[in-house]
Ligand binder design. Structure first.
Ligand code: SF4
Length: 396
């Protein structure tokens, strides 16, 4: 059984009501529905100082010492009682926004919440993303959960600019190897990100990622969130600015993707010439558990061209175009306005923000797009920077 290190035995202090009132409301709200799952963030604060951290968006980057917004028990209740939570169905993410879940002082709380969810018999996917140290004892705990479908994604960028990423990538590499070596009931994914052309896509970086991918059940590659707050931080600290523009979605330029696919391609592997390499997080997680993608990316066929054939068949078998009348009723109940459509790629709605759209998407295993934010062919869900869309918008 897991025994926290002496310095980690004391529970993290709770923020006072006054302190919580001083946080951005979006940070004080412990639950956020994201594409990869319903995300529970009851601990905020991180000492790791990654320059591109999303905490810039919450004005929380200076909070280096993790603190709890509520008790672990209350966090579990908030999650399982959330209006969008469905037992056994809704994918869950834990502590992926404002701290690293494997920090020694955070980890006991992560394990307590996992235990409480597992003890309820829940079989939901749970995603944990870390770049910190994971040891064999941690793996034993992660293997001990009987019901949850657990995936530990290890962030590794290979960026060696100390002001952009002060944490040595070797730590993450070591964690990945340890996780993979000890995996029994959980799965581990190499989360290769953020890829920034000119910074971490040299031949040496690609070679390193390919070597590491042998120590993971799947690998997902993705780009950088480069919002205005992060651009401001780069400018204020004299860091090399990767893009002239900022964007709402992740930036993954076509040229970088081409280089990666070229490097990973091995024609002699007829079964899966790119290996277990994915563009989308949920695809990698689903593959690692031998299941169909819960985000219904199969409808966006150009995403599937690098996927192992057996996985393509799995997704094909599970992918069912939902009934328009039923979807319309469900969307209306959530507040959709205007016409609801279902085409060969996605459900298309108006007037719903991301949480209800993800609720529909995860419920049907079918993409759900906002008519006003069309996804372009071949740059699915990514920023247009570095791409020339070929066929124009697909959801209009
Ligand atoms: S077949 Fe397509 S949707 Fe399914 S896991 Fe592969 S890439 Fe993702």
């Amino acid at each position: 059984m897991y025994t926290p290190a002496p310095h980690a035995r004391r529970p993290l202090p709770l923020l006072t009501g006054e302190q919580i009132a001083g946080l951005r409301p979006s940070l004080a709200d412990v639950i956020e529905y994201r594409k990869s799952g319903l995300s529970l963030n009851w601990i905020v604060g991180c000492p790791l100082d990654c320059g591109y951290c999303v905490r810039h968006l919450f004005d929380n980057f200076e909070m280096k010492v993790p603190r709890r917004l509520m008790s672990d028990e209350d966090a579990v209740t908030a999650l399982t009682g959330h209006r969008y939570f469905r037992p056994h169905k809704t994918p869950i993410q834990l502590l992926n926004r404002a701290t690293d879940p494997m920090l020694p002082v955070v980890k006991p709380h992560l394990f307590a919440v996992l235990r409480a969810l597992d003890d309820q018999g829940l079989t939901n996917h749970v995603l944990i993303i870390t770049r910190w140290r994971v040891d064999a004892e941690d793996c034993a705990v992660l293997n001990s959960f009987r019901n949850l479908r657990l995936t530990v994604l290890v962030t590794h960028s290979g960026i060696d600019h100390p002001a952009i990423e002060p944490v040595d990538s070797e730590i993450a590499a070591g964690s990945l190897r340890t996780l993979y070596e000890h995996a029994e009931r959980y799965r581990t994914v190499l989360y290769w990100r953020p890829i920034v052309p000119g910074l971490n896509d040299s031949q040496a970086h690609l070679q390193r990622a390919r070597e590491l991918s042998a120590h993971a059940h799947a690998t997902v590659f993705t780009g950088l969130f480069f919002r205005q707050e992060i651009a401001d931080y780069y400018a204020a600290h004299g860091l090399p600015v990767p893009y002239e523009d900022t964007a709402r979605r992740k930036i993954m330029p076509e040229v970088a993707e081409r280089r990666i696919l070229y490097y990973f391609h091995r024609p002699q592997h007829a079964e899966a010439p790119w290996g277990a390499l994915f563009r989308k997080t949920s695809c990698a997680v689903a593959y690692a558990h031998a299941e169909a993608d819960y985000n219904g990316h199969f409808g966006i066929q150009e995403l599937c061209d690098i996927c192992p054939p057996a996985q393509v068949e799995r997704c094909r078998g599970a992918w069912v175009r939902p009934d328009l009348e039923e979807v319309t009723a469900a969307a209306r109940e959530l507040g959709a306005t205007g016409r609801v459509e279902v085409d060969e790629r996605a459900i298309i709605v108006e007037g719903l923000d991301e949480p209800p759209r993800y609720y529909l998407q995860h419920g049907y295993g079918f993409q759900c797009h906002d008519r006003s934010k069309p996804h372009h062919y071949r740059q699915h869900g990514r920023a247009p920077i570095g791409w020339e869309a070929e066929n124009g918008p697909t959801a209009s």
